[in-house]
Design a protein around this ligand. Structure first.
Ligand code: SR1
Ligand code: MG
Length: 400
């Protein structure tokens, strides 16, 4: 079938035409669809049987030739679904419990049919409601350690790693990240959008030579360091959670890049959630209690990551057995994490793609001081990252 963007009507026909359809829904069942598109980029639908609303269901995700939230002026190749399917397959090999199951990858329709995580909530939304997830630190720390270690030179043969780096070259989506994360927020750019009352502070910020030098170092690292197959967009909107499970979704930005970019994106989004709790929590006591949960969860994510990553290194790495080198490598990951967390925070306040934690605060007089606090923390992370030696140093810099 040649590519056409699906809608709620054509989707039923599409599902029925796929040879696998009978595995999901008996042929006599009539199907209903709902539009779940929420992120910036793609179409997302749920399909289920009309007669069995609690019965089996699937998610159909399809790429558009542009970013859905912006429109046709923001062209992005359909090939990103191939990248997402490939990354999910690799993650399923090393981290099967923490990614959704893929039922079908359709390269002609640039679509995926996958597990419906209807018992999970987008983590960002849960954090905006102060929901605590007791297992997410173990799950996310382990996911990061395993997905990054097993796709790096520490584990793969030189040849395999280079072939994988070609397969996941993803130039167009990397360019989106280079522009939206590392470039536009640090200059006057028509795609930027931010609270008007931040203007004077933003101009000061964009003229800060030392800060901009740090951002350029991080940009260059993102563009040139093929350290591991990274998720490439690991914010709290790319995680589905409940009290028992954690699923990392949406790796369409996957590419070979620095490990700290994934850990830092996650940490930066935790810091934004922390700052926005002053608005979302219903009382000062619940704000402080949830902020304490955020800090200890982030610390645990790092501890689980470090412990798992170092154990994999000891057990599985062949050519890299040297404790001094390993320790320096981990400190360097920690410093990258701090720096990438900083740029992620800044781009979510000044750039094109914001986060609901802050954007849902309609009153600018309430929102802007929180955004300014986020910019201050972010700049400190970027400026001081190379002095940070321990997770406690990073936590101290991030949450004052
Ligand atoms: C057009 S908006 C692009 C952003 O959305 C994705 O979720 C990524 O975060 C990207 O930077
Ligand atoms: Mg996404």
């Amino acid at each position: 079938m040649s590519y056409q963007a699906l809608d709620e009507q054509t989707l039923v026909e599409y599902i029925r035409r796929t040879p696998e359809s009978a595995k999901w829904f008996p042929s006599e069942q009539s199907l209903e669809t709902s539009d779940l598109a929420d992120g910036n980029m793609n179409l997302v639908f749920r399909v289920r049987a009309v007669a069995a609303p609690d019965g089996p269901s699937v998610i159909v995700k399809q790429a558009l030739p542009y970013a859905r939230s912006v429109g046709e002026s923001f062209g992005v190749p359909l090939d990103r679904i191939r990248i997402e399917a490939g990354a999910l397959q690799i993650e399923a090999t090393y981290c099967p419990d923490w990614v959704p199951k893929i039922y079908l990858y359709d390269p002609d329709m640039h679509a995926l049919v996958m597990e419906d995580l209807h018992q999970h909530l987008v983590m960002r939304r849960g954090m905006m409601k102060q929901i605590k997830y007791p297992h997410c630190a173990t799950h996310l720390g382990t996911f990061l350690a395993r997905s990054l270690f097993y796709t790096s030179d520490l584990y793969l043969s030189s040849e395999t790693k280079k072939k994988m780096a070609c397969e996941f070259a993803n130039p167009a989506l990397c360019k989106v990240t280079e522009d939206l994360v590392f470039t536009h927020p640090f200059m006057q750019h028509p795609e930027n959008r931010y609270s008007r009352s931040l203007e004077a502070y933003v101009l000061e910020f964009q003229a800060d030579e030392e800060l901009l030098a740090g951002v350029l170092q991080l940009r260059e690292k993102f563009m040139s360091q093929s350290q591991a197959l990274i998720h490439g967009d690991l914010h709290t909107g790319s995680i589905m959670v409940n009290q028992a499970e954690t699923k990392v979704i949406d790796p369409e930005f996957a590419c070979y890049g620095p490990m700290g970019f994934d850990i830092g994106s996650l940490a930066g989004n935790f810091a934004l959630s922390y700052i926005s709790q002053a608005y979302h929590a219903s009382s000062q006591a619940s704000c402080h209690a949830y902020q304490a949960w955020i800090v200890s969860t982030l610390q645990q994510i790092w501890e689980v990551f470090e412990q798992t990553f170092c154990s994999l290194w000891d057990e599985e790495a062949v050519l890299w057995k040297n404790d001094t080198y390993k320790k320096a490598y981990v400190v360097s990951l920690l410093q990258d994490t701090a720096g990438f967390a900083g740029v992620e925070m800044i781009r979510r306040v000044l750039g094109l793609a914001h986060v609901a934690d802050l954007d849902s605060i309609a009153d600018e007089q309430v929102r802007a001081p929180l955004e300014r606090a986020a910019l201050t923390v972010a700049a400190r992370l970027i400026r001081t990252r190379r002095k940070l030696q321990t997770p406690e140093d990073v936590i101290g810099c991030m949450f004052d």
